[in-house]
Design a protein around this ligand. Structure first.
Ligand code: SF4
Ligand code: SF4
Length: 344
């Protein structure tokens, strides 16, 4: 059956994968090692002109934000290129994009004055809100004082359109009286290890299975590959919300770092375009035969199942893709650097 690129009513625009941090859980394997390759203004104009027809506002209205509505500018860390972020905001406003927000790890919030100046400048260009990332992996790179500064000033400027993801960690860091940065191992000691994932959302995909689950095998058991052959992708692989559009032109389904369904820079008709399984053979397996199909195909090319097992379906999926990307050239395994920096 023909599958098509789903029209997205909410989207993340990855301006670059370059980041000041290299978080252990990063779904997109971002780090300072990536080349910047920031999305060009021309590219942004093209992308926004496509998205303007499908993006839906928050149920509260276009001046409010929500993680699964509107558009967010993200990375990598978008504040590494503030000039582009300003311009992107201006362009999104020009196209009438509702519920626009930016996602940040707050590394740049050294004091209230500069934080206020930057956020006000964004607001003037049409930015509606901000999503502030908080968890123990960012804490390894960003002093907690900067996160607090960002939250405080953002609430002053964006009011209710200040989302703290995840507020539970913000509460715990405050309760522990954390200052400065903290190594993940030290945080685990504070949390007595097994409580670190309590009451929070945590996805075992991207770097996480390699860099975190390894350290926490008490919490996360491993399973044989066959356990995941028919398990559904959660959230679904083909979906019409919260897809990502990166600086290389890749349409990335959901949070599936390293997979491209197509190229948004390739003509005006993106949504509804047939997913080309001749050009992208691995997608054919994922879409029609699920993980069993991809696994069997990889086996014919020499992929060997990890005898220690897998933490999640996404772990198995990423492991297979990592193997295939090192042994062939697949148009759907993009960007290539994802596989290069996955375990870095
Ligand atoms: S999770 Fe965010 S801050 Fe951490 S490396 Fe990835 S993009 Fe950077
Ligand atoms: S198993 Fe693969 S395709 Fe499915 S959600 Fe995980 S990374 Fe995406």
């Amino acid at each position: 059956m023909i599958k098509r690129i789903p029209a997205s009513y909410s989207a993340g625009i990855i301006l670059s994968y370059k980041c000041n941090a290299s978080c252990l859980h990063c779904m997109y394997a971002c780090s300072p090692k990536w080349r910047g390759n920031w999305t060009s203004e021309k590219g942004l104009e093209h992308l926004l002109s496509i998205l303007k027809d499908t993006i839906q506002p928050s149920p509260l209205g276009p001046d409010y934000i929500g993680v699964n509505h509107g558009i967010h500018f993200t990375g990598g860390e978008p504040f590494l290129n503030f000039k582009l972020l300003l311009r992107a905001t201006e362009m999104a406003s020009y196209f009438g994009i509702p519920s626009l927000f930016v996602e940040t790890n707050c590394f740049w919030c050294k004091n209230k004055k500069t934080t206020r100046e930057k956020l006000l400048a964004l607001k003037e260009k049409g930015m509606k809100g901000i999503l502030i990332s908080v968890n123990p992996f960012y804490l390894e790179y960003v002093p907690f004082e900067r996160t607090k500064t960002c939250v405080e000033v953002s609430r002053e400027i964006f009011g209710v359109n200040t989302l703290v993801y995840q507020i539970e960690y913000y509460r715990r860091f405050s309760q522990f009286g954390i200052t400065g940065t903290l190594a993940f191992e030290e945080f685990l000691k504070l949390e007595r290890g097994k409580y670190f994932a309590r009451n929070v959302e945590f996805f075992l995909m991207g770097r996480a299975p390699y860099k975190i689950a390894e350290k926490l095998s008490v919490i996360f058991p491993r399973f044989k590959a066959s356990r995941f052959f028919f398990e559904s992708c959660r959230p679904p692989f083909l979906r019409n919300w919260h897809n990502h559009f990166d600086n290389y032109g890749n349409f990335i389904p959901g949070y599936c770092g390293g997979i491209a369904l197509g190229n948004w820079n390739n003509g005006r008709e993106l949504f509804g375009r047939e997913i080309n399984t001749t050009e992208y053979p691995l997608l054919k397996y994922l879409m029609n035969e699920d993980m069993k199909g991809l696994f069997k195909y990889a086996r014919t090319l020499g992929f060997k199942e990890n005898g220690d097992g897998y933490f999640s379906k996404c772990h198995l999926c990423t492991d297979i893709r990592k193997y295939l990307s090192s042994s062939g050239n697949y148009g759907e395994l993009k960007p290539e650097e994802f596989y290069l920096y996955l375990e870095d």
